[in-house]
Design a protein around this ligand. Structure first.
Ligand code: SF4
Length: 389
């Protein structure tokens, strides 16, 4: 800790800082378009649609028959905040692993099925919570009926997942690889389920490009009330996929479309989860963990703000409370941003000021700023978010 004399010395090096006399009023952000009204379906403990919080999904990349490795990845995903995990069940060995995976999973599981209805039945039998299956791809109507009856008996929803790259040949011939073709494909699968009196349906319409994806969901929104699983398929690597998914999903979410989301990245699937969360947090649709505002730094900065912001992000990753933290380089924007955060830092020359609700509470040398900030964040959690302690 620094004594009073040192503190006065430190403050002499600072540019003048505006002071606030009390807690600042935070103006609420303008609202987004109202969320589309959808019928709710249940995937285990998670409700999708019907106004439920928009849930975060991802998908394992392990060989499903290696149930221990798959379960380990399911747990990693759940620890990162993934609320529903999808797993492909492509062969008899994977189907045989379903029971053990389900027994150890802390979150609802979705079986990703193509063509072979026996693997869907195995996943249902093992207690999995949802299927991703396009009934039109299972040619035999009796087999479709068998799966749909089993899903209905267990209250398991089915997601119809249309990908623009794999539309039926007659649809491509009539519509091309277009939003209209994707919607027609989804409606065709939906009709099969509806004719069997099955309505626990979720729909996804994914293309690898943003504009087609957005147009397809918009078009579909006027035709059915089933909840939407949003995603841009094969979006790309960590950076490009994050940007593409954020633009596509961001547009749709801002328009009130979307009930559950997945960001597809060519990367460790655990990386997908924080991207989903940041996306939802950025639109004010969900809260989870610390939200950091940090300045990009510029010629005015007199502390290592980039390093400090990275350190703040690292140390705050463990907190679940939705604390707002501002990490600002100087007194130009620092106090103003700090006034809109629970806790904020404004850097000075080799030191910084810490704010609570815009009120300056401490001055610390740069080397002590991180520890000081942590203390203040923990105080905020104790006082303001006791449920998260
Ligand atoms: S807060 Fe200060 S250091 Fe950061 S970008 Fe703005 S002017 Fe530059």
């Amino acid at each position: 800790m620094i004594d009073r004399e040192q503190q006065q010395l430190l403050e002499q090096h600072l540019p003048p800082v505006p002071e606030w006399s009390g807690v600042q009023e935070r103006s609420p952000a303008p609202p987004l378009t109202a969320r589309r009204k959808t019928r709710p379906v249940k995937a285990g403990s998670v409700t999708i649609g019907g106004g439920a919080p928009i849930s975060v999904q991802s998908m394992t990349t392990t060989k499903t028959d290696d149930w221990a490795a798959t379960l380990e990845q399911v747990n990693q995903l759940a620890d990162a905040g993934c609320e529903i995990v999808r797993i492909s069940v492509p062969d008899p060995k994977a189907a045989a692993a379903c029971k053990r995976i389900k027994e150890g999973s802390p979150v609802p599981l979705v079986a990703d099925i193509h063509f072979d209805h026996r693997f869907a039945l195995a996943a249902i039998e093992a207690g999995w919570d949802k299927l991703r299956l396009n009934p039109g791809n299972i040619r035999d109507a009796n087999k479709v009926r068998e799966v749909v009856r089993a899903a209905a008996n267990r209250g398991i929803p089915i997601r119809i997942g249309v990908n623009n790259g794999s539309l039926a040949p007659d649809i491509v011939q009539r519509y091309g690889h277009t939003p209209e073709g994707m919607v027609e494909s989804a409606l065709r699968h939906i009709r099969i389920l509806e004719e069997l009196d099955f309505f626990d349906i979720v729909v996804s319409l994914k293309a690898h490009d943003v504009r087609t994806t957005v147009a397809a969901y918009r078009l579909m929104a006027g035709k059915v009330d089933y909840p939407f699983h949003l995603g841009v398929t094969e979006a790309g690597t960590l950076r490009s996929g994050t940007v593409k998914s954020s633009v596509g999903l961001g547009i749709l979410l801002a328009e009130g479309l979307g009930d559950t989301i997945r960001v597809s990245l060519t990367a460790d699937p655990v990386e997908e989860v924080p991207v989903c969360w940041e996306l939802l947090k950025s639109l004010g649709l969900r809260e989870r963990g610390v939200e950091i505002t940090s300045c990009p730094s510029c010629g005015r900065v007199q502390i290592d703000i980039v390093k400090l912001a990275e350190q703040v992000e690292r140390i705050t990753a463990e907190y679940r409370a939705p604390v707002k933290v501002a990490v600002m380089g100087c007194a130009v924007n620092g106090p103003g941003e700090a006034s809109m955060a629970d806790v904020g830092i404004a850097g000075g020359k080799g030191m910084g000021l810490i704010y609570r609700d815009g009120v300056k509470v401490r001055s610390l040398p740069e080397s002590e700023l991180l520890a000081g900030l942590r203390e203040e964040i923990e105080r905020v959690i104790q006082e303001r978010y006791p449920d998260y302690v």
